[in-house]
Unconditional design. Structure first.
Length: 296
């Protein structure tokens, strides 16, 4: 499982992924999708009347849809108990356990794994413990259900993206009562190799060009991935402090800080004509697309 891996950000230069068709592989990159996924005349008319429907919202699973920090830390604690080990209380150790790859934590932070077979055994057990803990997760992030209900009413399609497998992802969304709000799900089975590729896959499934998508992320790496895909990024302050999310186009403490109008404002500098009718004023335009590989 890729739950305890530090994934590539991806799409640093707008590159995408390959999808296989009967007549051979098709290279799907950011510019290709922005160019090819043009709205039809009827769609454009509809979007003038119902502008919100032109967007696609992509939610990262970790700490945006569900509080997986506690699930992860609990898996580490259970592993420690089983192995007869102690976890130091230092903040940087806890941070590593949440954000770094399991290989690195087991070898260089906790010094638990000596050989390769020992490392693989512990990693496998850690993933199993995570999935067991996930079964007890019944509540979504605070304010998310109400926010999803609002965007559902506004007709904005939503996707959720994760490296979890489809079975566990679907079951968790159903337990939290969120499954019906998502028109698309991107999981391990989609075979995406980076965070950005997952977002691009979600855009394709939502039938929205990347430049019309807004990603909800809690991680600076995910925000960079979104920008590499020409997507807007809303940063959810929580597992990372606000000063680490400065690259986000909008940073919020919770979903209750959001409104559909806020999302329209994000696109105000993109030349959407309906914005003139809304008489919205934005203080500054969001940052231009940055081709950076990391934000930390």
């Amino acid at each position: 499982a890729r739950i305890f891996m530090e994934e590539e950000i991806g799409a640093e230069y707008g590159e995408g992924f390959e999808t296989f068709r009967p007549n051979g592989p098709l290279k799907v990159d950011v510019d290709f999708l922005n160019d090819r996924m043009q709205e039809s005349f009827l769609q454009r008319v509809r979007y003038v009347m119902k502008p919100d429907e032109a967007f696609g919202l992509i939610f990262s699973w970790d700490n945006v849809v569900a509080d997986t920090r506690s699930v992860k830390l609990n898996a580490w604690k259970r592993l420690a108990t089983e192995e007869g080990k102690e976890i130091p209380n230092e903040e940087d150790v806890q941070r590593s356990m949440l954000h770094a790859a399991a290989d690195c934590v087991l070898r260089k932070v906790l010094y638990w794994a000596d050989g390769e077979s020992e490392l693989e055994r512990m990693k496998s057990r850690l993933s199993k413990l995570y999935l067991e803990n996930l079964l007890e997760l019944n509540e979504p992030i605070e304010g998310l259900a109400e926010w999803l209900d609002a965007v559902y009413t506004a007709g904005i399609p939503c996707a959720v993206a994760s490296c979890l497998d489809r079975h566990n992802m679907t079951a968790a969304l159903q337990r939290m009562g969120l499954y019906n709000y998502f028109q698309a799900i991107v999981t391990e089975e989609d075979g995406m190799e980076s965070i950005a590729h997952r977002f691009l896959s979600a855009a394709v499934k939502l039938d929205r060009k990347p430049s019309k998508c807004i990603v909800f992320e809690d991680d600076p790496r995910g925000i960079t991935a979104a920008h590499n895909c020409t997507m807007m990024a809303v940063g959810l302050i929580g597992s990372h402090p606000a000063y680490e999310l400065v690259q986000a186009d909008l940073a919020v403490a919770s979903f209750s800080d959001l409104s559909v109008i806020n999302l329209r404002r994000l696109f105000a500098n993109k030349g959407s004509s309906f914005m003139d009718l809304q008489k919205q004023v934005i203080d500054k335009s969001p940052p231009k697309r940055k081709l950076t590989t990391d934000t930390i």
